[in-house]
Write a protein that binds this ligand. Structure first.
Ligand SMILES: Nc1nc2c(ncn2[C@@H]2O[C@H](COP(=O)(O)OP(=O)(O)OP(=O)(O)O)[C@@H](O)[C@H]2O)c(=O)[nH]1
Ligand SMILES: [Mg+2]
Length: 595
């Protein structure tokens, strides 16, 4: 069980020093960071806790200028380590970072008061101050601990506490779908492009195919290798820092804000409807905001739908799901404006007057985990798989408003309308032509508006219709109409001479065309074999009686003589018996009866 923890806290409060002391790894990677003693971009380190569990850290910058980098580190992290300097106490970016954590809904973490060697008597008041400032936020109940990264005081207890916090956090399934938000991409000579990110759920292994949701490219890529803790790994599971070596990708094609996905498992959406969870409402929202989600930061046009909800039109499509949390920030602003929760990743267009107001009302009623019944009634029919992609949870009992048919969830009214539409179509077809073989399935699909073939089968049986050879028709037959008399004549002739099939001119004289013959065959009156060889249905059994008297195996010509018929009749008749499994073909010239 691995975990990833992000730091947070005011600039210069000792975040990077704490991580360095804890792990022995320098998180400030850049020479400029080292020179200035200031974190600019994300830093990465890892260690083993007393339990033997591996924990990785994403160290974020505190300086307000690098809020974007800070959010890219915090975005995908499930746990946060909130750092306060004992000698300085709560400061401006402490508030900013608290707001970001609350906006992202991160509710697992711990409070670390560091630099206690500089102000030993400030520990209690600083913790008290932090509790006040964090009241009502997701970290209100977080455990607090005092340390000095310089003297090492409290560091052992910190390790124990980290283990406790990790144990309390949920452990995502290694089988979940992958959405790896990329925070870095670089090239390793000989290995090619490597991207890194926090693997929050699912697993990645060599040779996996992943879908790219990127600002510069899409399509699929193949994983050449995976690394964690600086070394190669057979497979990576959650929650871990992942370095993924990709085949055939230019490092410039991928970067922070892009994501690697389980192919087909995510909806890439340019439009979402969201609910305000923290911070300012949408009443006086600027027309444009920056949306931070995962490691991405994109511009979005904002359409308020009441004060608590809004539609965000993103500058590019992102892999989002219901339940995702995002930070909204004014462009140019260095603080968090609103924390938002995604309610719908495929919302309906708002084109008519009053649509916005109506939509605001619907969103206000929508539960946080989305509205399956609403989704089904709005769309008429939706696949279970599509809902899962969108992040909607399926309850055991879907209620009376949802009808489940196989892989589909249906609005009962929609299903009823398909059923009656199909019944009408079949009835109209039969009125037009009593001998009709029925409506082709393709036509039924298109005209009735049924979205797929498997679903059509269910509509057919709900409508008490039947389908045969690609056509849908009524269960009860209407008789043969005008062809009745001609068929009766044929039946009589075949009754006396069962293997003497009528010739084409006989059928023409009787006005029996393909349609009439098909209807008679369907109704069990005639046996219609390929080549328009027409026999009585009893011909098969009669033929068997004759053939069983022959020496086995027999040839075509022996069979023909035994039946007293022509090649034209004998060939399709024997093939018909083969198909029924009554006779068996041994080689090109011989058959035998199957006993
Ligand atoms: N005496 C003492 N100094 C500390 C301690 N922890 C950090 N410092 C010092 O505090 C200063 C800032 O530490 P950093 O670790 O760079 O702070 P930071 O929070 O990572 O800063 P940013 O990343 O820029 O936000 C450095 O000069 C550290 O040496 C501590 O426990 N005791
Ligand atoms: Mg730092």
């Amino acid at each position: 069980m691995k975990q990833v923890i992000a730091t947070a806290g005011h600039v210069d409060h000792g975040k990077s020093t704490l991580i360095r002391t804890l792990t022995g790894i320098e998180p400030d990677r850049w020479s400029e960071e080292k020179r200035r003693g200031l974190t600019i971009d994300l830093g990465f380190a890892w260690t083993e806790l007393p339990s033997g569990r591996e924990v990785s850290f994403v160290d974020v910058p505190g300086h307000e200028r690098f809020l974007g980098n800070m959010l890219a580190g915090l975005g995908p992290a499930p746990i946060v380590c909130f750092v306060l300097a004992a000698d300085e106490g709560w400061q401006a970016q402490s508030s900013d970072h608290r707001d970001a954590i609350a906006a992202l809904g991160i509710d697992h973490g711990l409070l670390v008061v560091t630099r206690t060697d500089l102000a030993p008597d400030r520990v209690e008041p600083v913790i008290a101050q932090a509790r006040t400032e964090l009241a009502g936020t997701s970290l209100a109940e977080a455990p607090a601990i005092a340390v000095s990264a310089v003297t090492g005081a409290g560091m052992d207890q910190l390790r124990v506490r980290l283990d406790e916090v990790i144990s309390a956090a949920p452990q995502p399934a290694p089988t979940d779908r992958v959405r790896l938000w990329v925070d870095r991409s670089f090239t390793i000579s000989g290995a090619g492009t490597v991207v890194t990110g926090t693997l929050a759920a699912g697993s990645v292994r060599p040779e996996d195919r992943l879908q790219v949701a990127g600002a510069r490219r899409d399509g699929e890529v193949i994983v050449r290798g995976v690394h964690s803790r600086g070394g190669p790994a057979g497979a990576l599971g959650p929650v871990s820092r992942a370095a993924v070596n990709l085949r055939g990708v230019d490092p410039d094609d991928l970067g922070r804000g892009d994501a690697l996905l389980t192919p087909g498992a995510w909806e890439l959406t340019p439009t979402v409807d969201v609910r305000r969870m923290t911070g300012a409402g949408f009443d006086e929202s600027p027309a444009e905001l920056i949306v931070h989600v995962g490691t991405a930061a994109v511009t979005a046009r904002v359409r308020p739908l009441g004060s608590g909800h809004a539609r965000l039109a993103l500058e590019r499509a992102l892999p989002l799901a219901v339940g995702d949390r995002m930070v909204l920030r004014g462009s140019g602003s260095r603080s968090v404006r609103t924390g938002a929760h995604v309610l719908d990743v495929d919302p309906p267009a708002l084109s008519r007057r009053g649509d916005g107001r109506r939509r605001g009302g619907i969103l206000a009623e929508m539960p946080l985990h989305g509205d399956v019944a609403g989704e089904v009634s709005r769309r008429g029919a939706v696949r279970v798989h599509t809902l899962a992609r969108r992040g909607l949870e399926l309850a055991e009992d879907l209620g009376p408003e949802v009808r489940r048919e196989g892989d589909w969830l249906l609005d009962p009214a929609t299903f009823r309308s398909w059923t009656s539409r199909l019944q009408e179509m079949v009835e109209a077809d039969r009125m037009r032509d009593p001998l009709s073989a029925g409506i082709p399935r393709k036509v039924a699909l298109e005209t009735a508006g049924v979205p797929d073939a498997a679903l059509l089968d269910r509509v057919v049986s709900a409508a008490d219709l039947t389908h045969r050879e690609g056509r849908i028709r009524s269960r009860d037959e209407m008789g043969l109409g005008a062809a009745e008399q001609a068929v009766a004549i044929l039946e009589q002739r075949l009754g006396t001479d069962p293997f003497r099939a009528p010739e084409a001119h006989d059928l023409a004289d009787l006005h029996l065309g393909a349609k009439e013959l098909a209807a008679a065959a369907r109704q069990g009156r005639l046996l219609r074999l390929p080549g328009e060889v027409i026999l009585a249905p009893a011909a098969a059994a009669l033929a068997m009686r004759e053939l069983s008297r022959l020496r086995q195996p027999f040839t075509l010509s022996q069979a023909r003589q035994a039946l007293g018929t022509t090649r034209r009749v004998a060939v399709p008749l024997l093939e018909h018996l083969d198909a029924r499994g009554w006779t068996r073909r041994l080689d090109a010239g011989h058959r035998e009866i199957v006993r």
